[in-house]
Write a protein that binds this ligand. Sequence first.
Ligand code: PLP
Length: 366
Amino acid sequence: MSFPLPADLIRQDVENLPTYNAGLAVERFKDIYGIDCLAKLDSNESPLGPSPRAILAMQDAAKGVGRYPDAASLALRQQVAKATDTHADCIIFGNGSEDLIGALFRAVIRQNDKVVTICPSFGLHEFGALTFGATVTKVPFNDDWSFPVKGLCDALENKPRVLIFSSPSNPAGPVISKDEFNQVLAAADPSTLICFDEAYVEFIEADKQFDAMAILQDSGCPWIVLRTFSKAYGLAGARIGYGIASNPKMIDALMKTRNPFGVNALAASAAVEALGDHAHLAKVVKQATNERERVAAALTAKGFVCAPTQANFVFFDTGAPADGLAEKLRTKGVLIKAWFEAPYKHWARVTMGSPEENDIFLSALS
Ligand SMILES: *Cc1c(COP(=O)(O)O)cnc(C)c1O
């Protein structure tokens, strides 16, 4: 039974937020479309799933779920510190890195603060900030899909509280170069927090990789790098991601604004094993990088314009409001993500699934 809510209960700025455009879970797909989902290519998940070692670790950890997990995730922290050559007291885990984006904004954003990001953008970079009353400036990519260095530098002149963007970019796919990153950071005031979201860092080709943390460290700005186990490590359903910050004080603050037990025991134990299984990660990355080239070439051959990609997905212009195509594909058992952000409403993002799933997508397009 549903009683009316008092008219002023929900904050107006919260009412104004759009509903998060989440992918459709497979079991929900079947309920709605009455057919099996043949190719789930809407959420950038790994078609190879997690390392088998991570699954075994979760099964083992399940025996201990009567107890609260270690809120500090110490074992995992130490392992990540070693793997990333950083200090354990500069690392924090969250219920996915999305959880940390929220914790970050909660810790630093005051009403009417300025936040700068790029466009198209990962939804939470914008809406997460809006939730706390920030004004968000979105700098569009250049027409050739290079990062908008000049636009970002101009926006940084206003000394925003936070600059946040992902590279490789979700949903577009391009990666910022070392030189471009240096130029952007040179324009940032030391009062601006730089949040560099590396959710897809594992998929970057060797010649485009660089040590972002070294450059951030030289910038004189406070910074945090975000990473996740949801994409290349195949643990999206387990919910775990992490941040590496310039200063342990930032971690102390985020420990207060995040949910204290947001990282559950199963996810933490899975992450330890996932991180240790280099062979599995290499297999995932190889497949995704091969497939993104193959699928982008096939899309181009069909006349679609694709953005260059260094991630596990391809962003392409469908030539009309993208939900039309996405809906047609859903009736054929294929899920992709139509983009709803102006001026990219004709664009859609397709995740690189297994070669078989990608073939199903490509033939469903014809
Ligand atoms: C997927 C993604 C994340 C993180 O997702 P979690 O599952 O919450 O770890 C963060 N940033 C970007 C840009 C992403 O695409």
